[in-house]
Design a binder for this molecule. Structure first.
Ligand code: ATP
Ligand code: AMP
Ligand code: MG
Length: 205
């Protein structure tokens, strides 16, 4: 049987630098205006907190270069911790957004961000894939001094990641009968994508 959380659950994915976190900051503003209760969590924050406490990394962009088994342990921990935090905070009618990745470009190959164990812990109604043209994404990465995305910052790499991200989102959706919703993050105006994500949230239940 397919399981669903009492609250609407939306996983937001997309290649590094496409603007997931920016779009979700705009979603926050829109939902505050409407007085909706929601929680926005960043999957990488959960992984990074434990990894840095264990002295494995100093920066979040080092996580994808860890040995795969270490990433897997951190990933499994993050999924369970997010599920517990959301269950403590949210009720029916509320919305959970998880800012994460459907695929990770690791040193040992493309790796699912939402394998069966993770997607079943989170129980999404929908998986959003945020997209933009590859050239635009590379420019966004280059303009962002807060992150180290040099390993991804080439148009050919981003183009392949865009393809893998769609495939991975659909593969994950199959495990939990979630929809896959593709949204363009238009250059210069992240509120366009944010409005689409909010509209999606109101149509799922
Ligand atoms: P990561 O997966 O690495 O966390 P991300 O998808 O969360 O990346 P952001 O950090 O939100 O990406 O955005 C990357 C950069 O692109 C930031 O500098 C941000 O200001 C910029 N940006 C995001 N959306 C837009 C947009 N619509 N137009 C112009 N710049 C944007
Ligand atoms: P972000 O800020 O979204 O890029 O997250 C930081 C890092 O956390 C990413 O670059 C990945 O290495 C890792 N990460 C985030 N989500 C996942 C996931 N679902 N599975 C595995 N690693 C992830
Ligand atoms: Mg982000």
């Amino acid at each position: 049987m397919v399981r669903r959380n009492p609250f609407t659950t939306i996983i937001v994915t997309g290649v590094p630098g496409v603007g997931k976190t920016t779009v979700l900051n705009n979603v926050r503003a829109l939902l505050d205006e409407r007085g909706r209760k929601y929680m926005i969590v960043n999957f990488g924050d959960y992984m990074f907190k434990v990894a840095s406490m264990r002295g494995l990394v100093k920066h979040r962009d080092e996580l994808r270069h860890l040995p795969l088994l270490k990433q897997l342990e951190l990933q499994e921990y993050a999924a369970e911790a997010i599920r517990l935090d959301a269950e403590k905070t949210l009720n029916g009618g509320d919305i959970l957004f998880v800012d994460t990745h459907a695929v990770i470009r690791t040193d040992t190959g493309y790796w699912p961000g939402l394998p069966e164990n993770v997607v079943k812990a989170l129980q999404p109604d929908s998986i959003v894939v945020i997209e933009a043209p590859p050239e635009v994404i590379v420019k966004r990465q280059q303009r962002d001094p807060t992150r180290y995305r040099a390993d991804l910052s080439r148009v050919e790499i981003v183009s392949e990641l865009l393809q893998m991200a769609r495939i991975a989102a659909m593969a994950s959706a199959v495990h939990v009968a979630a929809s896959v919703f593709i949204v363009e993050n238009v250059e210069g105006d992240p509120t366009i994508a944010a409005n689409k994500v909010v509209e999606l949230a109101t149509k799922l239940r």
